[in-house]
Design a protein around this ligand. Structure first.
Ligand code: MG
Length: 304
């Protein structure tokens, strides 16, 4: 029974799931799957297998998986910008990079005020071309997901890179280990998860919500939701503003009012998700060793 793949906690979750749609395992063999990004022009999904220092590609036309890039600079989160280019967080190079149309990989940001970034974790591009990313220390805490090193900045911030000037500014310094991030569909709010419990015992596993001021700075940052199983890592929004977030037992779906509507249950810890398919109604799920997907009756926010 496909219903076994879902846990309904609020009747509004009925609009978020096809109860006859099952969670499909598309690939397994990763050590830590992360950073899914869907490319409609190529009809493929790229994602990271961080400890194996490689990126993989799932081709939805024939269900084949192949290596997209190896070595890959220990990439973590990816996104697609408004021009359709791949934007990546690299633990190894401690930078945010962009893969240009000619295949070259250029640096978007690798330092702040002359100090190297820690290890960019997840990234999103706003409609004005600005690039927003989180910079926790997971890629320099050990050699597992990058290269062990001391933090030069000594703190973990959310940064904004101006789309025209390339200037890097701190968007917020209010989080312990900022991780996943995404804008509301109208870009009035930025949601950011904080996995600070990895370094500060008892730190709440939350998604926080910030008001975007003048498109450049953040205000507020109060609790949006506290995770009920594990912690929130990466997440995406649908066009109704619901948050589809990674969690310990699958994908948790939140109404914009903060209510946990229900869960898509996955048999592994989930790190990130992405809406793909040409209609953006196929939810791709990176769950530890495997890539999963499930068809949903909602559509992800359009990126390109
Ligand atoms: Mg992450």
């Amino acid at each position: 029974m496909a219903q076994a793949d879902y846990e309904v906690l609020d009747e509004r979750f009925g609009a978020c799931i096809n109860t006859n749609a099952t969670v499909e395992k598309l690939y397994t063999g990763c050590r830590w799957a992360e950073g899914p990004a869907y490319f409609p022009a190529g009809r493929y999904l790229v994602w990271s297998d961080i400890p194996n220092d490689r990126m993989l590609r799932f081709d939805e036309t024939d269900d084949m998986v192949s290596v997209f890039r190896f070595p890959a600079g220990y990439t973590n989160g990816h996104t697609i910008d408004r021009q359709g280019r791949l934007v990546s967080c690299e633990h190894g190079g401690r930078r945010v990079s962009r893969t240009e149309f000619d295949g070259s990989v250029t640096t978007v940001a690798d330092s702040f005020e002359g100090k190297r970034l820690n290890s960019p974790n997840d990234v999103v591009v706003k409609s004005d071309g600005s690039i927003w990313f989180t910079d926790p220390t997971y890629g320099i805490d050990s050699d597992l997901e990058g290269f062990r090193a001391e933090s030069e900045i000594g703190a973990c911030h959310v940064y904004r890179v101006d789309g025209e000037t390339g200037e890097v500014t701190i968007a917020t310094d209010a989080l312990v280990r900022p991780n996943g991030l995404a804008f509301s569909p109208d870009e009035q709010f930025l949601y950011v998860s904080d996995t600070g419990a990895s370094h500060v015992k008892g730190h709440p596993a939350q998604i926080r919500v910030f008001e975007v001021v003048d498109g450049t700075t953040l205000r507020g940052g109060g609790e949006f939701a506290t995770c009920t199983n594990g912690f929130f890592d990466g997440f995406r929004l649908d066009t109704a503003g619901r948050i589809w977030t990674s969690a310990g037992d699958g994908v948790h779906v939140y109404d914009p009012d903060g209510t946990l509507l229900g869960k898509v249950l996955v048999p592994e810890v989930v790190a990130n998700v992405e809406f793909g398919g040409l209609k953006r109604n196929r939810l791709f799920i990176c769950g530890t060793t495997s890539l999963y997907s499930v068809m949903v009756p909602v559509n992800g926010v359009k990126k390109v």
